[in-house]
Design a protein around this ligand. Structure first.
Ligand SMILES: C[S@@+](CC[C@H](N)C(=O)[O-])C[C@H]1O[C@@H](n2cnc3c(N)ncnc32)[C@H](O)[C@@H]1O
Length: 301
């Protein structure tokens, strides 16, 4: 399987090799990205690779960032969205990447995903059984788990979600069924049916995890399950890309949607001026927006 930003085989991390890696990844991203600017600032302030890596996991900064994800990051952005086990498995390059494209994720009912979560009941109901869904990127699993929960709440027990992400350690976390804690994840009536506290950890119930599977993939190389899927969810990823890489990523995910099926994006893709390219592609290729207040787009028949 091919990946755009290969992190293995780069040798020991030095400030120079990390800078070169950031420059390579940045070519695919929004050139005005504050994530790139903030990380270059951290590299600039660091006296050695060891100093740089310790700035990425400063416990006080992480605590501040976990309360307010809009705060300016001094390198703690990536570490703030995972637990210590997940972070422990990641090398210097993966940790760097997690500051440029973070594993930020919440259960879908929390924050700006809430309306789309509500609409999922109707969207899933129209799929043929078994209702196969692709969630790309899935980060540490909260999006696939949320989609299954939306189905179960609507009485649909045949929803099966494949979660895909390029980060192997996030996938391992997702496979464990244990959630990286976030205070907003409990904001759903009846949530205790699906999320259980076990040995001090929040764990998804068996009826949820048994309907999810996980695998590695990359939207920029197109290494994804072939499908087609009645529903593909691609939230909070396209917004990082610009130009050619944005079009490539959109084509990779949209080509996995069955004819007449739906693609779920995020509100930034539906409304952000920077995402006009995606909206033009939807229009040019005959896709229509399904709900005026949701971010589902229907593929042509
Ligand atoms: C902000 S998270 C979004 C997670 C989830 N969709 C959500 O909205 O809750 C972005 C994820 O994209 C993944 N990612 C970054 N580049 C990718 C690529 N080229 N292909 C697949 N996944 C990628 C990251 O590893 C990270 O887990």
């Amino acid at each position: 399987m091919s990946f755009r930003w290969e992190t293995s085989g780069r040798g020991p991390a030095t400030l120079e090799s990390i800078r070169a890696f950031v420059a390579e990844v940045s070519q695919d991203l929004d050139p005005g990205s504050r994530y790139i600017r903030e990380l270059l600032g951290v590299l600039e302030a660091s006296s050695s690779a060891g100093d740089y890596l310790s700035r990425l996991e400063d416990p006080e900064r992480i605590e501040v960032f976990q309360k307010d994800g809009a705060a300016a990051s001094q390198g703690e952005r990536g570490r703030s969205w995972v637990d210590s086990e997940t972070w422990g498995g990641m090398d210097a390059y993966e940790r760097t990447l997690s500051n440029l494209l973070s594993g930020e994720t919440r259960m879908m009912w929390a924050a700006e995903g809430a309306r789309n979560f509500e609409l999922l009941a109707e969207v899933l109901a129209e799929l043929h059984s078994p209702r196969r869904v692709l969630s790309i990127p899935c980060s540490t699993g909260k999006e696939p788990f949320s989609i299954v929960i939306a189905g179960l709440r609507a009485g649909l027990s045949d929803v099966e979600v494949i979660g895909v992400d390029r980060q192997q350690d996030y996938l391992r976390k997702a496979e464990s069924g244990s959630l990286v804690p976030h205070w907003r994840d409990l904001e759903l009536e009846g949530v205790e049916t699906y999320l259980e506290e076990r040995a001090g950890r929040l764990q998804v119930a068996e009826e949820v995890s048994s309907r999810c599977s996980f695998q590695q993939g990359d939207v920029l190389t197109g290494a994804l399950p072939s499908g087609p899927f009645g529903l593909v969810s691609c939230r909070n990823l396209l917004g990082y890309f610009r130009g050619e890489s944005l079009e490539t990523a959109w084509r990779s995910v949209s080509s996995r949607v069955a004819r007449g099926g739906q693609l779920l994006v995020d509100p930034f893709v539906s409304a952000g001026p920077e995402m006009q390219l995606v909206r033009d592609l939807f229009a040019k290729e005959g896709w229509t927006r399904t709900y005026s207040d949701g971010d589902f787009y229907r593929a042509p028949e």
